[in-house]
Design a protein around this ligand. Structure first.
Ligand code: G16
Length: 544
């Protein structure tokens, strides 16, 4: 196995977004595109000679080609050992789990998360560091800088490796281990949750639940955990075979795209509990029978009840949420007298706080929740948390959420997404609102008074890094919020996200439809931004 130096030209568009580099498959198929990014990552890590890394992905189209490319490049760059999920499968949380468990130097996750797959869809690659978490901004920026001058890469002529069976082999001096991607993760879940109690619940004929893997990576994990280990009926699982095009769907667990699950859960005689996960298994959506749990409420409720769960029985240290996530979590932190951090959007911002032992539970409005058991958001962990809680409380999902609101207040919350908007127009909308900040401060719109208008910035309390321009905030006297930001995960045009929040402390007023409760804020946002008019849209693409 002789390393070969291949000459290429630098690309100018390889700056990682909110979560790694995501582009159309066709872009990744351009000669040298993937290779240059991988080499830039190796270079940004000051080389990978003698290092141990993992690689795997969500099963989407182009995963297997990319895997073989990375294996060859790893060998040529002097990697000591590479661990690869069997059949190239490795969910994002499972990758984080094995990087930590086997003390690896990091790993590549091949996924564009919830974005559609298939030859016309998206592909993505992200690097997770030795702590198991997404590369911090400092590293992603270094990778980007390397990519701007990357004029070649190292690879070999070795043939493809058979990834279909667990095996240990050698590629030149590099050890290659193809491993079962499910076992270590499932073992970790069994350490955190009361599997005996959950098994009793799932095997009780009076209980029924439905989990939708959306033809994505969590299928094999759900089969092992829910059916094999916990004894749930196999019919509880939907779409559990990963497919390169996710069955033609959009593996985003929300009310619009998880339509198979939504049909089941919003029917007469709906199951008691329903959940879905996304392409790479880090997001989750939780539903009760005819009832949607907002992700911002879910993380707050998980924090409030963590002490009841085996893995957190000694209580939790602190909590964190991304800025656009509702402040429901803050109310819990206040009651528990623990720290609550507000970070920019992106799981990478929780990493330092988790490593420093400052927080135990964190989550985002974008259907991500997790804890310090690893350094990624974790879809199945959240589902197991809910199942454990239902088994303990013997209440329905709706009753559990209502009990939470009655205790902590309700933060009415919704996100309106406008996808594939012309990038120029999207930027113009954001810039115009920013320009009006001084004028807007102190303005009253009926009962709504703006007390603060700013562009969120975050000073990391652990490493002192400043992250600016993280989303426009209009904060109101009554604790309502309107937030506007551009997504960092789309691949076509721009996605504008508008977030609305209104705090309700009056117990009798907690059961309105969120869109109704938020109408004054939604109307005001349109008046201030002219978003619909400027984008020519009559309604958002997705409402959550
Ligand atoms: C990624 C990040 C999350 C972020 C989400 C949405 O999730 O890991 O932290 O909240 O994108 O980001 P944006 O609003 O910029 O599109 P995933 O599941 O796509 O990896």
């Amino acid at each position: 196995m002789e390393p070969k130096n291949i000459t290429s030209k630098p690309f100018t568009d390889q700056r990682p977004g909110t979560s790694g580099l995501r582009k159309k498959v066709a872009v990744f198929q351009e000669p040298h595109y993937l290779e240059n990014f991988v080499q830039s990552t190796f270079n940004a890590l000051d080389g990978v000679q003698g290092k141990k890394i993992a690689v795997g992905g969500d099963g989407r189209f182009y995963n297997l080609n990319a895997l073989q490319t990375i294996i060859r490049m790893a060998a040529a760059n002097g990697v000591k050992k590479i661990l690869i999920g069997q059949n190239g499968i490795l969910s994002t949380p499972a990758a984080s789990c094995i990087i930590r468990k086997y003390k690896l130097d990091g790993g590549f996750i091949l996924s564009a998360s919830h974005n559609p797959g298939g030859p016309q869809g998206d592909f993505g690659i992200k690097f997770n560091s030795a702590n198991g978490g997404p590369a911090p901004e400092k590293l992603t920026e270094k990778i980007f800088q390397e990519s701007l001058t990357c004029e070649g890469y190292l690879t070999t002529d070795s043939p493809d490796i058979d990834l279909s069976q667990p095996a240990t082999l050698e590629l030149g001096p590099m050890q290659v281990e193809i491993f079962d991607p499910v076992k270590d993760y499932a073992d970790l879940m069994a350490e955190i949750f009361d599997f005996d109690l959950i098994a009793k619940l799932l095997q009780n004929p009076k209980f029924n639940f439905c989990f939708d893997a959306m033809h994505a990576v969590t299928g094999p994990y759900a089969q092992e955990i829910f059916v094999k280990r916990l004894g749930a009926p196999a019919k509880s699982l939907l779409n559990c075979t990963p497919k390169p095009d996710f069955g033609g769907g959009h593996p985003d667990p929300n009310l619009k795209y998880a339509e198979d699950l939504v049909k089941v859960m919003f029917a007469d005689n709906a199951p008691i509990f329903g959940a879905a996960s996304d392409g790479d298994g880090d997001r989750n959506m939780v539903l009760g029978g005819n009832f949607f749990v907002n992700p911002s409420d879910s993380v707050a409720l998980i924090a409030a009840n963590a002490h009841l769960i085996k893995g957190y029985k000694n209580g939790i240290k602190g909590v964190a949420r991304s800025m656009p996530t509702s402040c429901a979590l803050d109310a819990v932190a206040q009651a528990l007298n623990i720290e609550c951090f507000e970070t920019p959007t992106g799981w990478k911002f929780f990493g330092n706080l988790l490593d420093a032992g400052r927080l135990s539970i964190c989550g985002e409005e974008s259907f991500g929740t997790s804890s310090d058991h690893l350094r990624e958001k974790d879809g199945l962990w959240a589902v197991l948390f809910w199942l454990n809680l239902i088994a303990l409380k013997k209440m329905s999902v709706k009753e559990i959420v209502n009990e939470h609101w009655q205790r902590f207040g309700r933060n009415y919350y919704s996100r309106h997404d406008y996808e594939e908007v012309d990038s120029k127009i999207a930027k113009q909308i954001v810039n115009r609102l920013r320009e009006r900040f001084t004028e807007l401060k102190g303005c009253k719109f009926g009962p709504l008074e703006i007390t603060q208008a700013d562009d969120f910035s975050y000073l990391d309390p652990i490493d002192g890094e400043l992250s600016e321009n993280q989303g426009l905030r209009l904060l109101f006297k009554d604790k309502s919020r309107i937030i506007l930001r551009l997504s960092g995960t789309g691949t076509s045009g721009a996605t504008l996200r508008l977030y609305f929040e209104k705090v309700e402390e009056e117990k009798a007023k907690m059961n309105l439809d969120a869109q109704v409760a938020l109408t004054p804020l939604i109307t005001l946002a349109e008046d201030l931004t002219n978003l619909k008019k400027l984008t020519g849209r009559s309604e958002p693409t997705v409402i959550t």
